[in-house]
Design a protein around this ligand. Structure first.
Ligand SMILES: N[C@@H](CCC(=O)N[C@@H](CS)C(=O)NCC(=O)O)C(=O)O
Length: 266
């Protein structure tokens, strides 16, 4: 089932994991995180780059993203965001938008982000492609496919939305499949371009699509998914429990209002 930008369910624990790894950065970066594809991008990058980090959970189904302290860091009320206590001038810096965060971490560590302008520009194209195309279209498809059927009285509206965004997602998978023909990674060596795209192709996100039509995309998905750092980042998500967005409980209806309804208009 596509959980899209909504949350992935996992086993319950109230512990906040604090993970500190060895590293080019001595002080941990705070990652404002929830267990969603956009959240995974940043834990994958930190795991790959050896950046020490501390998770600050933002439970988006409960509305944590509207807390004034979080909005001061992420004014668009979206995860992920980071605070690096040692910014460019030695002072703390906060950042939102996953692409900007990945570029920053790539520049700071000098890892997974080419230093030459040609290589960097190539990576940047695919970073923006994910943020402007694959993420939003897959997110809207997931909404119509997984959540709208129980929320809309007229199923014709559901069908239109699911078909419209499903066609777009299929188109985008085709673009990526052709790009990966004869390539191991999206833009040169393994880079932040792969890290930003992969969580949106990961099996959990898109089980409803027929991947047999996209063999090079599937091979890349499995290649990236087999990386140890990706595995560590993904398993971290199991420590968090999301409110279900499907079903009739009051908690679910409240989460639907927060994420899809008037709760977004403040
Ligand atoms: N373009 C943003 C998208 C971030 C995004 O949509 N985050 C979702 C979770 S996957 C969120 O925080 N949603 C909270 C809400 O809708 O209020 C990025 O790449 O950082």
């Amino acid at each position: 089932m596509n959980k899209a930008c909504a949350q992935e369910n996992a086993q319950a624990t109230n512990r906040t994991p604090i993970i500190v790894r060895s590293t080019p950065m001595p002080k941990p970066v705070d990652i404002y995180y929830w267990t969603t594809p956009n959240g995974h991008k940043i834990t994958i990058a930190c795991e790959e780059m050896g950046v020490p980090y501390e998770i600050k959970p933002i439970n988006i189904g409960r509305g944590d993203q509207f807390a004034p302290e979080f909005l001061a860091i992420s004014p668009n009320n979206r995860i992920p965001a980071i605070v690096d206590p040692e910014g460019p001038d030695g002072e703390p810096i906060s950042l939102f938008e996953s692409g900007a965060i990945l570029q920053y971490l790539g520049r700071k560590t000098g890892l997974f982000y080419p230093k030459d302008e040609r290589g960097r520009a190539e990576v940047d194209q695919w970073v923006f492609w994910q943020a402007a195309n694959l993420g939003p279209m897959t997110g809207q498809w997931g909404h119509f496919h997984s959540y709208a059927p129980a929320m809309l009285p007229d199923q014709r509206h559901v069908a239109y939305g699911a078909a419209r965004y499903g066609n777009e997602v299929n188109r985008l998978f085709g673009v990526l499949d052709r790009r990966l023909r004869g390539r191991a990674f999206v833009a040169g060596d393994y880079s932040i371009a792969d890290m930003i795209i992969w969580p949106w192709i990961a099996p959990l996100s898109n089980a409803a699509f027929d991947f047999t039509a996209f063999p090079d995309l599937t091979a890349w998905r499995d290649r990236v998914g087999a990386r140890a750092a990706v595995g560590r980042a993904m398993s971290l998500g199991h420590a968090f429990t999301s409110v279900s967005l499907v079903g009739g409980s009051e908690e679910t209806r409240q989460a639907q209002r927060i994420l899809f309804g008037r709760g977004q208009r403040r």
